[in-house]
Each structure stands twice: as C-alpha cells, then as structure tokens.
Ligand binder design. Structure first.
Ligand code: DI6
Ligand code: FE
Length: 404
C-alpha cells in the first residue's frame, strides 16, 4: 500500500477516542490521505468526496489504533537467563546484584557490545512487538551509565526506525543505577549526568524525555529532583520509575515537574494518586515486572480510577525484571492481575500510552487529523485481544498510512 489516499471499509472500528470504552463503530470506514486520518466513522456517513478513492475491504475485521509500548528497555547487551535460574534456585534479586550480577551485568555486556550487536538483538525483540500490531515504541538508555555507552544506546534505539516501520521515542535514563566508577558517590554521578552526559545526549538530538529510577536501591527523591530541574531547563519532559519497591514520594515530586508519567507505582499512596490527578500525569502500570518479581503489593488501581488518572500499560521489556515482548499478554495481565476491563487495557496500550509519551495529538486513537497508525485484527469482539493468552490475531498494521 502506498502512502497515497485510500479508504478502509467494512471495518469494526475501536477508535479509543472517547473518555471510556472502545468507541466501537460497526461497518465503519476510515479515509486516509497522505498518512493522516481524513475521516473515521460509519460507512454510510462517508462523505462523497472520498467515494472515488481506492478502497480496501477489511471484511469486518477489528481496526484499532496501532499499539504503543510506552516504557521499554529494548536495547541492551547480553542475557540474564542464568540469573533467572539462580533466582529459581533461591537467590534473591538483591543477592545477585550484590555479587556483581543484575543491572551491572547488563551494563558490562552493553558497554562491550558493538552498535551492530545491540541493533541485532533489539530488532529481534522489536519484531515481536511489531508482529502484534505495535506502531510506536519508547526505548530508554540506562545500561551504559557512561557518556559513550548512553549515546550508543540512544543512537541504536533511534536507528531502529531506519530498519523497520516504527515510531521510536527515546528516553534518557542515565540515572538508572550507580555505575561502579562512582560507588559511594551518587551525588557526584548526578552532577556528571547534569553537566555532561544529558547535555551531550540532548545536543546530539537523541533525547525525547528524561527518566530516573527513584528507589532506595537507586537514586533519592532529592537526586532525581536535581536531574529533573536540569531536564526542565533544557525543555525536556520528564517521567519516573516511582514507588516500585517502596514509597519514597517520587511520584509527588515528579508531578511537580508535570511529569508525563509515573511508572510501576505499586507503593503509591493516596497523596501520590491525588498529585498525579492534579498534574495530569499518566499512571503507567507494568504487570510484566509485577509478575516476574512475584510482587504482592498491588498498584492502587481503584484509587487511580476514582481520581480519573489515565492508566497506561507497558511491557517494561528489560532483561532483569520483565523479559516481556508482548503487548497482548501485557493487556491480559492488566485484566487478570490488575482487574482492568478489556477496554481499559486497550486504552492502556493506545491512547493513554500516547499520553505517557506526549503523543496524544499524533497517535493512539482513530480521529481525524491524527497519523494513520492502525492495527487490524482477525477478531470480532475487541475483548478477545485481552482475553486470549498466547494468541496473535494480527492481520496487518499501518504506520503513517503505509502498510507495514
Ligand atoms: N526498574 C526495574 O524493574 C528495572 N529497571 C528499573 O528501573 C530493572 C532492570 C534490570 O534489572 O535490568
Ligand atoms: Fe523500567
């Protein structure tokens, strides 16, 4: 399919355009001109101007916005499969980290890997996501923890869009862990990120947002605040790994910077929920990490819903705590583990995930003016996307009006 003008007809459209539900339209039509949506609605309402355009008959298939994975660590070197075995033999995540494994083993492997090696391993994971209908993927740095490797990771991430039809957003996560070179000197490391690493990455045009791991085992609220001040001064939006293992108040601090999202948030309290609601910050839930860590503390779902905080769902694809490359399985986990409805889980990987990336005017719902990013599935009922486990009904996908 070319990037010209055409109309998709006999589509069952889940537009995800309204505040709740799928926004279902049976026997719908979507007109696409130069990569943007020119009409979306009932086929019988299709304006006459679109009548002469080439038509593609979807034969009743489900048409949703292309899926969005708004929190991944997709680019990294090495494997942590052996650690998985160690944990099953009884070792804890903390013990493995103390013995030089964990995040640091991935940092060593990522520093040692060439850009070509990182690209090859990331493409294998990316293809799995795209094969289920994803169109936009966020990718974080954070396994370099030095200037050269952080830039290498961000370049590799951006270059994925030259290998595949995908929209990539890159997030600077230099404050993911304390590198061994700075042991016992976390404040000095934050100083270097602020003075050198983030400015260099930003000057190279490689940063769409700034993230940090705000946690007892990583960086404090105060250290994160300093980094966020620097990010804001550069005009960069922020997002945060917050309240994953304990409640430090990171989400409240992040909301003071109008953070795009607060992610994980198993330990978020009532004040934290209120802060997210006030700031319009998206709550990004990561059920893959919850599952893989066998976490028992649930994110405050009912409070988030009650306060009207938009909820996104994402894979958190990373080699340690969420080796997950399926947004459909993530949706299923969102329902089964977190009791989201299937419609909420689809919103979590479309419109709310777009919000978590600041892309809500560009993608994430089927609305006139937005990019023609679609996933087309061989299912009748949209609830099947979240209901089935290990089943991929993708028929095809479009990015910017081009079949990918
Ligand atoms: N939270 C996590 O769960 C991962 N990073 C983060 O900030 C862990 C990443 C890893 O173990 O490699
Ligand atoms: Fe993460």
């Amino acid at each position: 399919m070319s990037g010209g003008s055409f109309v998709l007809i006999k589509a069952r459209i889940a537009s995800m355009a309204g505040p709740v539900g799928y926004g279902l339209v049976d026997d719908g039509a979507v007109a696409v001109a130069d990569g943007r949506i020119a009409f979306a609605g009932r086929r019988e309402d299709l304006p006459k101007t679109f009548a002469p355009w080439p038509r593609i008959d979807l034969e009743g298939r489900l048409l949703t916005p292309a899926l969005i994975d708004c929190h991944t660590h997709l680019v990294y070197g090495g494997s942590r499969a052996r650690e998985f075995e160690q944990r099953l033999e009884g070792a804890t995540y903390a013990e493995i980290a103390a013995a030089g494994g964990g995040i640091m083993s991935t940092v060593r492997a990522t520093r040692a890997a060439s850009a070509e090696q990182l690209t090859a391993s990331a493409l294998a994971r990316l293809d799995t996501l795209l094969g289920e209908g994803a169109g936009t993927i966020e990718v974080k740095s954070g396994y370099g923890l030095d200037l050269e490797t952080e830039l290498k990771m961000l370049r590799v991430a951006r270059d994925l869009a030259r290998h595949r039809r995908v929209r990539i957003r890159t997030t600077f996560l230099g404050a993911h862990a304390l590198p061994p070179e700075f042991a016992g000197r976390a404040d000095d490391y934050i100083d270097v990120l602020i003075a050198e690493v983030l400015p260099a990455a930003h000057a190279a045009g490689l940063v769409d947002a700034v993230d940090a791991f705000c946690e007892g085992i990583a960086f404090s609220v105060e250290q994160t605040r300093r980094l966020f001040r620097a990010a804001t001064a550069m005009g960069l939006p922020v997002k945060l790994h917050a309240e994953q293992l304990s409640n430090l108040g990171g989400a409240i601090m992040a909301s003071q910077f109008d953070a795009l999202s607060a992610d994980h948030i198993e330990y978020l309290d009532e004040a934290g929920v209120a802060a997210l609601a006030r700031a319009g910050t998206v709550a990004t839930l990561l059920p893959g990490a919850f599952y893989a860590l066998r976490e028992t503390q649930y994110p405050p779902i009912a409070r988030l819903k009650g306060a009207g905080v938009p909820i996104a769902l994402s894979t958190d694809c990373n080699p340690g705590t969420s080796p997950l490359t399926s947004l459909l399985l993530t949706m299923n986990m969102g329902c089964t583990l977190f009791r989201l409805t299937p419609a909420e889980s689809l919103a979590g990987v479309t419109i709310n995930a777009a919000r978590a990336l600041g892309l809500q005017d560009e993608t994430g719902s089927i609305e006139v003016g937005k990019s023609a990013d679609f996933a087309i599935f061989d299912v009748e009922d949209p609830a099947e996307l979240a209901y089935r486990i290990g089943f991929n009904p993708l028929h095809c996908r479009y990015l910017e009006g081009i079949e990918a």
